[in-house]
Design a protein around this ligand. Structure first.
Ligand code: GLC
Length: 421
């Protein structure tokens, strides 16, 4: 049997050689949240069948900060083991030198992509990665519970806090003691940077680093936003929220144990899935703001595909990147995982609208999403973000007040700016 297989493979191999196309073994490194990898594997199977190449997935931990650490090691070692990297929207300025310039290789299709997504991956004119999907978070809420308690959908953080507390107390009194008010990403990692940037920016506290590189983060509005957030821990949010990443928050909300949740778009398809206990009970709205004179802020997220400079299969790797971002595959990804596409036309697709109404509904939020300061801080972004999430995490775990931690953060950011960016 084995021999027969070998002969058949040999014949197929010769046919490919004759046609000039050599089968190649590619490797893609890819983080895993929700159903991302299930859809990826299915699409890779099609790519393999169409091209004769094989593609192996190297799976990464959920935390984008852990992925960043691992990628840096591979890239610094100029490893040829990985051909395609799935990269967070914030990494392009820091990692640009390790990737090939995709511009000349996608010139025929780049005009179809959302311009802001392309811009986020362009560093000094070089296209570091091709946008795969975008992200802009929502406030998920239990519509049934708001109705039960006669509460309206909150538009400010204070209203959300009060409503969460009221419903939580009511549910506890009725014996539903597992109920919490609000879950989000509170662990000390990049996810907390995204959450806290939203609390602060939507409360009139500005950006972590302003667009012109100035540092205004040590201000009363930012302090007030962090003080309110610190009050959630052990109150409307479980103590454990300080260790929560995306999937921890989703687990609590989807099992019916939280009134509100801040999460990315992928959670929508899963919470609305057939096996979800809350499938007919929840809805989404934009994240709250600080009230008068302020407006909601949703951090811009998303992932992109870059081809390593050290890859020995660059041509096939580019083909793979183009394949995974093509219309059909983006459409499938939008429908199955509710990830916002990077091709403008997919937002207008009738079947997408029918099967995943969240996508067209969320287009304006995606369009107006707030970037993190990775362009302003260049090679220092990871250190800037880590200083920021540390200040926030310390405040929320009772190590110093918001004012103290923001004053220290200001000094740390000033030092980083002086040293490098
Ligand atoms: C999501 C976003 C990404 C962000 C991360 C933080 O994966 O797409 O941009 O950095 O969450 O946890």
């Amino acid at each position: 049997m084995k021999l027969v297989n070998k002969i058949i493979t040999g014949v197929a191999g010769m046919a490919m050689l004759a046609s000039g196309a050599l089968a190649e073994d590619l490797t893609i490194v890819h983080g895993s949240v929700g159903r991302d990898q299930e859809v990826l594997r299915r699409q890779l199977d099609t790519f393999e069948a169409e091209t004769g190449n094989t593609v192996t997935i190297v799976s990464m931990p959920e935390s984008t900060s852990d992925q960043f650490g691992q990628y840096r090691l591979w890239l610094a070692a100029q490893s040829s083991d990985i051909d395609v990297y799935r990269m967070d929207v914030i990494w392009a300025p820091q990692m640009a030198s390790h990737f090939i310039d995709l511009n000349p290789l996608v010139a025929d299709i780049i005009g179809d992509f959302v311009p802001a997504a392309v811009e986020s991956q362009t560093v000094d004119g070089k296209l570091v990665a091709l946008p795969l999907f975008l992200g802009a978070p929502a406030l998920y809420y239990r519509a049934d519970l708001l109705e039960k308690y006669g509460e309206s959908v909150p538009t400010t953080w204070q209203e959300m806090t009060d409503t969460a507390q009221l419903i939580m107390d009511g549910e506890h009194a009725a014996g539903n003691t597992g109920m919490y008010g609000f879950v989000f990403q509170g662990a000390a990692y990049e996810g907390l940077t995204c959450n806290a940037q939203e609390w602060i920016n939507s409360s009139g506290g500005g950006r972590i680093v302003e667009l012109d590189g100035s540092i205004e983060i040590n201000n009363p509005n930012a302090a007030a936003a962090l003080t309110l957030a610190a009050s959630w821990v052990g109150g409307i949010s479980p103590e454990g929220v300080l260790n929560y990443k995306e999937e921890d928050a989703r687990g609590v909300f989807q099992s019916g144990n939280s009134v509100f949740m801040r999460n990315w778009n992928y959670a929508y398809a899963l919470a609305a899935g057939e096996d979800s206990p809350v499938r007919d009970l929840f809805a989404v709205t934009t994240l709250p703001s600080g009230g008068e004179g302020t407006s909601s802020a949703a951090t811009l997220g998303g992932w992109n595909l870059g081809v390593s400079r050290y890859s020995e299969h660059q041509e096939a790797a580019v083909e793979l990147v183009r394949f995974l971002t093509n219309y059909e595959n983006q459409k499938e990804r939008a429908i199955v995982t509710s990830r916002p596409p990077t091709l403008t036309a997919v937002y207008d697709d009738v079947e997408v609208a029918e099967q995943q109404a969240f996508i067209p509904l969320w287009k304006p939020v995606v369009d107006n999403a707030l970037p993190r300061p990775s362009a302003a801080t260049l090679r220092s972004y990871n250190e800037v973000s880590s200083a920021f999430w540390t200040a926030v995490h310390n405040t929320m775990s009772g190590q110093g007040t918001a004012e103290e931690n923001l004053a220290q953060l200001e000094q740390e950011l000033t030092r980083l700016r002086g040293a490098r960016w």
